[in-house]
Design a protein around this ligand. Structure first.
Ligand SMILES: NC(=O)c1ccc[n+]([C@@H]2O[C@H](COP(=O)([O-])OP(=O)(O)OC[C@H]3O[C@@H](n4cnc5c(N)ncnc54)[C@H](O)[C@@H]3O)[C@@H](O)[C@H]2O)c1
Length: 249
């Protein structure tokens, strides 16, 4: 992996799941990582865990939907580490349900975290990237952006994230900043382990590869996009879903 040593990455929602795994993989390659999450205890625990492995990390508790909290987080990261070279807009959540059962609040919170948060973080970091002559923005969308019954706010927000990716790629291309999107399918989470066997079988039946993904599958895709060798790739949606994007439903 060319040229990652000493770079600085800000990963939103990185005190858990695939964001945390990505933080680990980048830190192993000498990247200084800003661990962001909205849950203070999780940030503290993750930072401690990483420091005990000798990684250079800092924790920033911030709600990515709050513009001033985001600005303060990015300013703190630049003061401490000198720049932000890599932004992974990973934080996300979902309020799911049939159209008739969803509230305005369900819509607002889901769209805010998954879409507005990525907009605010990209806006806050891009000036530093441009000043330095380049950078990488990776947005974590979902295969669900193609459409998912019971997922109106989430699928809409993730579709918006694809639009944001393509737009920022156009705006920032000549400044050396690439902007790409990863669309994960079903990834192994604690929630998966708690599902009844029959639900798991139903999900697996729709997987062309017959299996779900792991956090490392997403981290590996992110490592590909942040590499210097990926500088000619921008504005793309990259599915990491075991082929599940090949058909609807
Ligand atoms: N797990 C899957 O199967 C799957 C599939 C497709 C897409 N995704 C997407 O991948 C990303 C990561 O998913 P995960 O499964 O690792 O999730 P996760 O729940 O393990 O981690 C997400 C983190 O984001 C944090 N967060 C939520 N709201 C926040 C906010 N306002 N500000 C800062 N942090 C906030 C949470 O506290 C949590 O720690 C999400 O964007 C999700 O939509 C996940």
């Amino acid at each position: 992996m060319a040229g990652l040593q000493g770079k600085v990455a800000l990963i939103t929602g990185s005190a858990s799941g695939m964001g945390k795994k990505t933080a680990q993989r980048l830190a192993e390659r000498g990247v200084k990582v800003v661990i962001n999450d909205i849950v203070p205890e999780k940030v503290e625990q993750t930072v401690q865990e990483f420091r005990s492995q000798g990684f250079e990390v800092m924790g920033k508790v911030a709600d990515i939907c709050n513009a001033s909290a985001v600005a303060e987080m990015v300013k703190g990261a630049v003061e401490r580490f000198g720049s932000v070279d890599i932004l992974v807009n990973n934080a996300g959540m979902e309020k799911a349900g049939a159209l008739r059962n969803l509230s305005e609040k369900d819509w607002d919170v889901t769209v805010s975290v998954n879409l507005k948060g990525a907009f605010l973080c990209s806006q806050a970091v891009h000036g530093y990237m441009v000043e330095k002559g380049g950078g990488r923005i990776i947005n974590i969308a979902s295969r669900a952006w193609l459409g998912g019954a019971g997922q109106a706010p989430y699928a809409s927000a993730k579709a918006g994230l694809v639009g944001l990716t393509r737009t920022l790629a156009l705006e920032l291309g000549r400044k050396g900043v690439t902007v790409n999107c990863i669309a994960p399918g079903l990834i192994h989470t604690p929630m998966w382990d708690e599902l009844p066997e029959k639900n798991r079988s139903a999900f697996l039946a729709k997987q062309p590869t017959g299996k779900i993904g792991e956090d490392d599958d997403i981290a590996n895709a992110i490592l590909f996009f942040v590499d210097d060798d990926a500088s000619f790739i921008t504005g793309q949606v990259f599915y990491v879903c075991g082929g599940r994007s090949l058909f609807a439903g």
